[in-house]
Ligand binder design. Structure first.
Ligand SMILES: [Cu+2]
Length: 450
């Protein structure tokens, strides 16, 4: 990252005392963020940060820089990406309803760009659609957007110029608007992240913008599990998770351990009568959803429920080996491919074990399909998966990973038998043998009638 704590605080200090920004510290810093006199509780951008602003004559001035840099999805996998101010997603912009904002956008790319403030109510000429609302921002140029914030809620920003390429390479960020005067039901922790997908083919270092469906990496804030930060909370705290989707797929976001309430969408926080209890909420492309819950002690999964979206890079054109006896071919294959390992006959969980043991080396710059270890073994996950870690006694503003949950005695599933014939489970009757299909004798066909 190109910013330092010193830079952040210098920028933050430029505002009036009563308007001190609550600039989020870089993700690696364990320092708790204390809400300031700005009248709102700042969001916690998973693996990310909030852009500091300068207060100039009552206007909050932010400066975004579109540029190329190297990004790490997880240790062992990097790419040349495009983003803002050295990060993808770009830094979160946080403002308050009623603020006057000035947003400078400098283009350090080699092609033109613009900025669209996704979901914001603003004058037509500030909407950022290149060629429609404004001229394009040419390489080296800086444009200024200025308007008054007239709404609340979870919003986003992204280019509206060569959009397919610029978004595929990582250009996007979140735009959070806090209500002036606080919220009737306040939250104690307020997390946010963007859903995205990347065609970073195994062994390559540049995302491929031509791909429409078969992506290699599925990310929360441009990170894959296990590099995604956990969402930490103290038991009983009210937690909001703001999820925005600027990927190419809809994502059913599933949370374990609670029925959360869907409390808001692109139009801000909904009236309470509209809140819904769910465990999976489909966050469509271009949409945002706010999920709120009261934290329950434990380690709980939070993930996209599309099972391919909790995997890392995989080949999509490999043969299906489930149920295939490969014992005969293994020796022959090893003669051709030294070290060949027949796999996938009984399922694919063994991939995770072979990766962990270091038996299997994929192409360079490529993560194993399944990753992550828990206290009981391999998690066999990747991509859009992280953990909600809830403990008693976590201090307000402490976001540090508290380690693994210590389950109270007698509350962990346990083995009672290792005999496959154990017990007398009721089963559905097996199918009768399928009727044999008569082979077609092509020699007796009358082709003249076809
Ligand atoms: Cu998904």
């Amino acid at each position: 990252m190109k910013f330092s704590r010193r830079n952040l605080f210098m920028a933050a200090g430029a505002g009036a005392i009563s308007q001190t920004t609550a600039a989020q510290t870089p993700a690696d810093s364990p320092a708790p963020r204390i809400p300031r006199a700005s009248g709102y509780r700042p969001v916690r951008t998973l693996n990310g940060w909030t852009l500091p602003y300068k207060l100039k004559d009552g206007v909050k001035e932010f400066h975004l820089v579109a540029e190329e840099f190297e990004h790490e999805f997880a240790p062992g996998c990097r790419a040349k990406v495009w983003g803002y101010n050295g990060s993808t997603p770009g830094p979160t912009i946080e403002v308050v309803e009623g603020d006057r904002v000035r947003l400078l956008v400098t283009n350090r790319l080699k092609e033109h760009t613009t900025m669209h403030w996704h979901g914001l109510i603003l004058p037509s000429g500030m909407d950022g659609v290149g060629g429609l609302s404004q001229p394009h921002i040419m390489p080296g140029e800086t444009y200024v957007y200025e308007f008054t914030i007239r709404q609340v809620g979870t919003h986003m920003y992204h280019p509206h110029a060569d959009e397919m390429v610029q978004m595929a390479l990582g250009m996007m960020g979140m735009f959070i608007i806090h209500p002036r005067g606080g919220e009737a039901v306040p939250v104690e922790r307020d997390y946010c992240f963007l859903l995205h997908n990347w065609a970073l083919h195994p062994g390559t270092w540049r995302p491929d913008p031509m791909i429409m469906q078969d992506f290699d990496l599925w990310t929360f804030n441009s990170k894959v599990f296990p590099a995604i930060e956990p969402l930490v909370a103290r038991s009983g705290e009210r937690v909001r998770v703001r999820v925005g989707n600027l990927s190419m797929w809809n994502h059913p976001i599933h949370m374990h351990g609670v029925e959360y309430q869907v409390t808001g969408g692109d139009g801000g926080r909904w009236p309470r009568a509209l809140w819904r209890r769910e465990v999976t909420e489909l966050v469509g492309v271009g949409q945002a959803r706010d999920l709120e819950f009261v934290a329950v002690p434990g380690d709980w999964a939070l993930h996209c429920h599309m099972s391919h979206h909790t995997m890392n890079a995989m080949g999509h054109d490999i043969p299906n080996n489930i149920g295939a006896d490969q014992s005969g071919v293994a020796e022959e294959m090893r003669a051709l491919l030294p070290g060949f390992m027949p796999m996938g006959e009984n399922g694919m969980a063994e991939h995770a074990e072979h990766s962990r043991m270091g038996h299997m080396r994929g192409p360079p710059n490529t993560l194993p399909m399944m990753m992550g270890q828990g206290p009981f073994g391999n998690l066999e996950m990747g991509g859009m998966f992280t953990l909600i870690k809830v403990r008693d006694g976590i201090r307000p503003g402490d976001y540090r990973d508290p380690g693994w949950y210590r389950n109270p005695p007698g509350t962990v599933a346990r083995r009672v038998s290792a005999d496959p014939d154990f017990g007398a489970p009721v089963r559905a009757p097996a199918l009768a043998p399928a009727a044999p299909t008569a082979p077609v004798d092509h020699s007796k066909m009358d082709h003249s009638k076809m």
